[in-house]
Design a protein around this ligand. Structure first.
Ligand SMILES: [Zn+2]
Ligand SMILES: [Zn+2]
Length: 339
């Protein structure tokens, strides 16, 4: 399977937490948390248009400025998703600077903060110096934040969150591809069809829910000759594509290990292909971790095991273990594998 998402940590395991997810073949990316992110560089930062914030402790939000600066003069809309208080926090950041001479800038920031049963949304436009539009509040019927709820729906994927206890709400996220479309290149070639941009269109049609009898024209290029071929979606699907379960990535940071948090995490991360989970402490320091509302490496591993995830990446290590990162990784892996 050719995965649709490629994901990695923004920083070293001891650095600020964050995961960058590229949606392959789309020049689009999602970013989970906004800690230090200079390492991503301008090109990758600019691709991130949907940004999911767990909570606004400094190590999860200090990178807001870097992102804002790089996006400022671009015609872009950045969408921020996060827990209560996010709108104030964004506004506070914006108020930290002087905004004359930006009236020609086409940047818009859309900020959505999710409360237990409501969603509050506001916009900031660069052209008027980032004055907040008056917020709208909508209720999410039957989707409390105690169970995974949907924050973003895209034709290709959904992003869900659940609120964890970190003394304050800390959001854990899951990115789920709705289904995966795999192309059988060999069969295509045998039928005299080339791999090209037209396949992205086909995937788009399927994700838009176009019916099997949907007809479209494919422009095929052979040397310098162009040939238009009429295709039927169902026929292409049946002959050249395999549709299977989509990819899933879960992101969990800053939460205490207790029964409620554990059951929320396990249900959110269920069968993820990759589970990014914080593990600042060794289990020997579990009491300390609990006091600080954080997880241990063993707890991360146990939850990965209970969630039946395929793979686990632990990070957000406490500096107290500098030089002993391997011990944290080993502890998590052993709990995950049940050894
Ligand atoms: Zn925190
Ligand atoms: Zn943190």
């Amino acid at each position: 399977m050719n995965p649709s998402f490629s994901s990695y940590l923004v920083n070293d395991v001891f650095g600020d937490p964050g995961v960058y997810v590229e949606v392959r073949w789309s020049k689009r990316a999602l970013l989970f948390d906004l800690g230090r992110n200079d390492g991503l560089g301008p090109t990758r930062l600019l691709r991130a248009a949907d940004i999911f914030i767990s909570h606004t402790h400094m190590d999860h939000f200090i990178g807001f400025d870097a992102l804002l600066r790089i996006a400022l003069a671009r015609g872009k809309t950045l969408r921020f998703f996060g827990p209560p208080g996010l709108i104030d926090n964004v506004q506070g950041k914006l108020r930290g600077y002087t905004w004359n001479l930006v009236d020609g800038y086409p940047l818009t920031l859309e900020v959505m903060e999710f409360h237990r049963e409501t969603t509050k949304q506001t916009c900031f436009h660069a052209h008027n110096g980032f004055q907040a539009t008056s917020p709208t509040v909508s209720s999410r019927t039957r989707s409390s934040w105690d169970h995974p709820f949907i924050l973003l729906e895209d034709p290709m994927f959904v992003v869900k969150a659940v609120a964890l206890n970190h003394q304050i709400p800390s959001f854990a996220y899951a990115l789920e591809e709705r289904f995966h479309i795999n192309v059988n290149a060999q069969k295509l070639r045998a039928a005299g069809l080339r791999i090209g941009a037209w396949l992205s269109d086909v995937k788009q049609y399927i994700r838009q829910g176009k019916p099997d009898n949907f007809r479209f024209t494919v422009a095929l290029y052979d040397e310098h000759r162009r040939e238009d071929r009429e295709c039927v979606l169902g026929d292409i699907k049946e002959r050249f594509l395999t549709i299977s379960r989509g990819q899933k990535i879960a992101y969990v940071v800053d939460a205490r290990y207790d029964e409620t948090n554990e059951s929320k995490i396990v249900s959110l991360a269920h069968e993820a292909d990759m589970f990014y989970c914080e593990s600042p402490y060794l289990d020997a320091d579990a009491a300390k971790a609990y006091d600080r509302y954080h997880l241990t490496a063993r707890q991360a591993g146990l939850m990965a095991r209970k969630s039946h995830v395929r793979d686990l990446t632990v990070f957000h290590f406490s500096p107290r273990y500098t030089g002993r990162g391997e011990a944290l990784e080993r502890e998590a892996r052993e709990a995950f594998q049940g050894s």
